[in-house]
Design a protein. Sequence first.
Length: 201
Amino acid sequence: MRRTRRNLTEALTDLILERGYEAITVQDILDRADIGRSTFYAHFRDKEALLLSCFDDLRDDLRRDLDAMTPGVEPHDPGQPSIAVFAHAYRHRRVYRALCGRHGGNIVYGHLHTLVAHALRMHLAPHLAASGSPIPAEAMAEFYTSGLLGILTWWVNQGFPHGPAHVAQMYGAMANPGIAAAIGRPSDAETRPTISNASRH
């Protein structure tokens, strides 16, 4: 089962890089993976389900990161769930080039937006509530998710010029002061994240 899924994912990735997602049919995927139609439909209902399965482990990574945090306790890095996104993209660079870069479609962006916004909302809600912030967690999560995915798309289309830790620090340098202000944390220069040259690769 695992090998079949891997073969289908690799076939999909190859085809997206060659033709773009919208131009691909299920039959194209079957021909490239050399897998029968009945086998495909035993695992996926359509090509979109196969596409979104590429991000199953990202959802699991985000859930693990969030479970490791203590709700209501002031976080060292309020934007920490973003680190899982950049690390996942770097581990699966070829897939992200196909799915999130110039060749991908809006389906991936929408799926990632839902995934990340939910993670950020769940992470930030107890901190905002504890601080008495008037900003709804949903609004803040939407705002920062759009920024995160903007940085992710830029990074992918630039060919991953920096390592994931460096990109996460870039995002944090822009995002964390606003999050800190919303939850009543100091946001002077000493508390803002720094971007080290060591994390560029």
